[in-house]
Write a protein that binds this ligand. Structure first.
Ligand code: SF4
Length: 487
């Protein structure tokens, strides 16, 4: 099932074939703007750059050479100061994607993947130090069995808290003004039956989830044109306030990109701390789906009236959310949309680093493409490559919480549960929950859900002996929740 050594794909640098210097330093012709990207790509959070003693001899010798830049010698200290200054400026600025810089990174990573540095990188990651974006790409390309990466993630994960957490998705509506080709909810999908729950139905679903022991919920809608967004903001605000009123300890909102002036309506009435940040745990979920502009345009379209077609507006949604007081972000990619997984892995790692450096808590989602109503079967990438991807994210970004969902079957969930933090379980249909399970009809769902068992059964599979899953209190302790909800 896992990809084995010798099957390593050639690096795809579809974003750019431009070439840069192979050494440790920026090429002499790089301007400050490019240096900013270099600084971001090289930033390691302080601890994940390999010490010289762990480099192979050829690399160690190269790292000792004094670089030249624009005819003047640049000392290591000065370069680090410039990088840190630029990095600081980047962290304070909104996130941007520099596809050329990522292309250069992937070319370097592909070269490094053929050196003896690979084993040292793996040992560094296994020790729990994390990896920078380029090193993650090195291990993606490396001639290493996926089992080796998975074992390393397992070993590393064992040193951290292993308590799983959960949430259930709750679709408030399956309407949408966007036209993403891969999605069942797209505006022009005649095969989807449209449903929108009223607030009473939403509250009833929240009470039902709470009675069943689920205390974290993701509220989902489509994405709407400007004229409909005031309605959408008020609607979602009412739902999230209902969830808070019922004692949900974590609410995630997945409602598309939000303009600066719309946050006031979305977050009205949510208590804040003295510094303006939100008090309850409220997560903004905005999956870029792909960080490739070309792939994004192919699937999400280019019509300026299409609310989802603006790549940059979506890319900077977390930065606006941060300014509006939100401190938890959930970026993600739709795995399989772009065949160049190394590019997506690198970009997602950069985005995650940007958000962590801002001081946000980060959840990471990597759902695979699935079947939609009226569409062909969509499978994303192979199980082996998917496990390789999740293993690398787990190894390289230990501060981020990786989410897997029941779009994966039980076997994949069991494999991945020990190296992720969150398993989300539930249905992708509108207000689907019943006292004992959920409805899963494809004709009202965004995507097919593979594991359709009740979430209690799914989560029971992952309950550690005498342990618990955060945000889930099954029947034994549910009466306390019943009383709270009833009151
Ligand atoms: S992916 Fe989101 S924005 Fe695009 S059609 Fe589906 S629900 Fe709408």
């Amino acid at each position: 099932m896992l990809r084995s050594a010798g099957e390593t794909p050639a690096p795809q640098t579809q974003q750019s074939q431009a070439h840069c210097g192979a050494g440790l330093w920026p090429a002499p012709s790089l301007q400050v703007a490019n240096l900013q990207s270099e600084a971001m790509l090289r930033y390691t959070g302080g601890s994940s750059r390999l010490p010289r003693s762990q480099l192979c001899p050829r690399k160690a010798a190269a790292s000792r050479r004094t670089p030249k830049w624009g005819g003047a010698e640049l000392t290591h200290v000065a370069a680090v100061h410039i990088s840190e200054w630029v990095l600081h400026a980047e962290v304070m600025a909104d996130f941007r994607i520099d596809a050329d810089a990522i292309g250069h990174t992937l070319q370097r990573a592909a070269r490094r993947a053929r050196t003896c540095e690979v084993e040292a990188l793996l040992a560094h990651a296994r020790a729990g130090n994390g990896l920078d974006a380029e090193s993650l790409a090195v291990l993606w390309f490396a001639d290493l069995d996926s089992e080796a990466l998975y074992s390393a993630a397992l070993q590393t994960r064992g040193r951290r808290s292993t308590r799983l957490e959960t949430f259930s998705p709750l679709y408030l509506t399956n309407t949408c003004d966007a036209e993403c080709r891969m999605c069942g909810m797209r505006r022009d999908n005649q095969a989807l039956h449209r449903e929108t729950a009223d607030l009473a139905q939403v509250e009833a679903q929240l009470r039902l989830l709470a009675r069943r022991g689920m205390h974290a919920v993701a509220l989902l809608t489509g994405e709407y044109r400007a004229a409909s967004r005031p309605w959408a903001m008020g609607y979602v605000n009412a739902a999230l306030r209902a969830a808070h009123g019922l004692g949900f300890s974590h609410v995630l909102i997945n409602v598309g990109s939000i303009d600066k002036d719309e946050f006031a309506a979305l977050l009205a009435g949510v208590p804040r701390r003295d510094d303006g940040s939100l008090q309850p745990k409220l997560t903004m979920c905005t999956f870029q789906e792909t960080y490739s502009r070309a792939t994004y345009a192919k699937f999400m379209g280019t019509d300026p009236d299409n609310p989802r077609a603006d790549f940059d507006r979506r890319l900077t949604n977390f930065d606006r959310a941060y300014r509006a007081g939100m401190r938890v972000a959930n970026p993600g990619i739709l795995v399989g949309l772009n065949a160049d997984v190394a590019y997506e892995l690198t970009a997602l790692a950069l985005h995650t680093r940007h958000l962590l450096d801002k001081g946000m808590q980060v959840y990471l989602s990597v759902p695979r493409l699935r079947q939609i109503a009226g569409g062909r079967s969509q499978g994303g990438i192979s199980d082996g490559d998917f496990i390789r991807l999740v293993s690398l994210l787990s190894l390289g970004l230990p501060a981020a919480k990786i989410v897997i969902t029941t779009r994966e079957n039980a076997a994949i969930q069991h494999t991945l549960a020990p190296i992720v933090t969150v398993i989300s379980a539930g249905s992708a249909a509108v207000t689907p929950y019943t006292e004992t399970g959920a409805r899963f009809p494809l004709e009202v769902s965004q995507f097919e859900v593979i594991d359709q068992r009740p979430f209690e059964e799914i989560l029971r599979d992952h309950l550690p002996p005498a342990g618990s899953i955060e945000n889930f209190q099954p029947a034994l302790t549910a009466p306390r929740v019943h009383e709270r909800v009833a009151g």
